[in-house]
Design a protein around this ligand. Structure first.
Ligand code: ATP
Ligand code: AMO
Length: 434
């Protein structure tokens, strides 16, 4: 490409070529302005009609909004220009003219519904506040990676095409693998355990998970980003410490490195990093507190899963992030270990944001014979999982871990209404393209 100056780098006195999208044309009569936008910001291009070549004026002011243009000219100081500088053009080249009928208005003056926005993501991302979400997403994932490295973890990538599922509560997407039945993976659960059982010991993965959830909610996706941790010689308390550290690192990175993006989202005054330790309530305390709120029609009894309204009532009561620990064993999956002194009680935990569940985790069952029993109790055929269970015969340390929903983390940090706003191209019941 020809030499190009980003709008943010254009300095008075430069002869420069700036290139980008036509954000706006403001015609005031004798003088008119083309506002050009690129990844770094915007710059004003000035057309003084009487003093400039007619063709240049016609090209510069006749171009439709959102067309891609490059403008070569002199950068000058101009206090009245939005950025304090403007370009007096010598030439304007229309590289790609935009259809004047745009499916959505990137200037944001006309609101578009989420579905139209998702159908036209390229145009949608031209809005500062939308781009800000994805800049922040990138920063959160960077900070999470760095924090895991500080926790001595190795990043791994595990297969997404698998022979068996692990998360009982949700359906699998079946695929055909060279004539054999296979599935898109619901969770790296078994693989991360297999690696924590090698002497790599502490691992994390940031990758897609696929869940054939039938329901359509503002907090479920059919393809989501899971942030997984697994550590050898860890128990559930160690895994909770790691989960808390990761969530806080994400908030801190946003405060430290995303002030412009927070401003674009109008969050600069209200954004707060959660302070203090996240409280750890047992499941038993959680149901007592939910019952005491009087928000539910029916009182919860020991063994019930927590209904969404119950989680909301407790979230309002606690007022911040909190853990729920010591769940009944029967509502946690086979790989979660029970307490040694009470097999009705599991080491499973959830980390909750007042709006929704963010994390599930626990200490794992590392004893081969207990693991096989767990499969049978859950109605799963242990033979199908032999690739996994056999490694528990060759030296498997106690270990623990968790899965954190990446989009839920972003959504709760930024207060987004819908999880789809945290994904470029969400997959849901209605949406398979783009
Ligand atoms: P002419 O420039 O030929 O007299 P005009 O009356 O349309 O035509 P101005 O009076 O110079 O133009 O300016 C119109 C408006 O544009 C004024 O409000 C002025 O403050 C603003 N303006 C002029 N030049 C600039 C500039 N370089 N950057 C930003 N705003 C400008
Ligand atoms: P779980 O099934 O609870 O646990 O998933 C962990 C976290 O992943 C996120 N999540 C989702 N986010 C968006 N859309 C979905 N459909 C979706 N499903 C899950 C949630 C959830 O808390 N193997 C265990 C984790 C472990 O024990 O290590 C597991 O997958 O934020």
């Amino acid at each position: 490409m020809q030499d190009r100056t980003y709008t943010a780098d254009a300095e008075p006195g430069d002869d420069a070529t700036v290139a980008g999208w036509v954000h706006e044309i403001r015609d005031l009569g004798g003088i008119a302005f083309l506002i050009l936008r690129d990844a770094t910001g915007k710059i004003q291009v000035k057309f003084e009609k009487d003093e400039m070549d007619d063709d240049l004026v016609d090209t510069g002011l006749g171009v439709s909004r959102e067309s891609v243009v490059s403008v070569t000219g002199t950068v000058e100081e101009e206090p009245r220009a939005p950025t304090g500088v403007e370009v007096t053009p010598e030439s304007v080249d229309v590289i790609s003219a935009a259809d004047p009928e745009l499916p959505l208005d990137p200037s944001g003056k006309v609101d578009a519904d989420l579905s139209t926005r998702l159908d036209n993501r390229t145009l949608d991302l031209r809005k500062d506040e939308v781009q800000a979400v994805f800049e922040i997403r990138a920063e959160i994932l960077r900070a999470v990676r760095e924090q895991f490295r500080e926790f001595y973890c190795t990043e791994i990538n595990t297969p997404k095409i698998v022979a068996t599922g692990t998360e009982g509560g949700t359906e699998l997407f079946p695929i055909t693998y060279f004539g054999e039945e296979a599935f898109m993976n619901q969770s790296p659960q078994l693989f991360k355990q297999l690696i924590a059982g090698s002497n790599v010991e502490r691992v994390f993965e940031i990758g897609p998970i696929f869940r054939a959830e039938e329901h359509n909610t503002p907090r479920h996706l059919n393809e989501a980003t899971s942030i997984d941790f697994e550590g050898a010689f860890c128990d559930q308390n160690d895994a909770m410490d790691v989960a808390e550290g990761i969530v806080k690192a994400a908030y801190e990175a946003v405060t430290e490195n995303c002030s412009e993006e927070l401003e674009a989202l109008g969050l600069e005054d209200e954004f707060e990093v959660p302070e203090g330790d996240f409280p750890r309530l047992s499941y038993e305390e959680a149901i007592e507190r939910i019952n005491a709120t009087g928000e539910l029609d029916e009182q919860l009894v020991w063994g019930d899963d927590l209904p969404t309204e119950g989680e909301k009532a407790l979230g309002d009561d606690v007022g911040g992030h909190y853990f729920i620990t010591d769940w009944p064993s029967e509502i946690k999956p086979f790989y979660i270990k029970d307490h040694d002194d009470d097999e009705q009680l599991s080491t499973g935990f959830d980390l909750m944001h007042p709006r929704m569940e963010l994390v599930s985790g626990g200490q794992r069952e590392h004893r081969h014979e207990h693991l096989i029993e767990g499969f049978e109790q859950q109605g799963l055929d242990p033979d199908q999982f032999e690739y996994y269970t056999k490694m528990f015969k060759y030296g498997m340390p106690p270990h623990a871990g968790f899965g954190l929903g990446g989009e839920r983390l972003i959504m709760t940090i930024l207060g987004l209404d819908n999880i789809r706003e945290a994904v470029l191209f969400p997959r849901d019941r209605q949406r398979l393209s783009p």
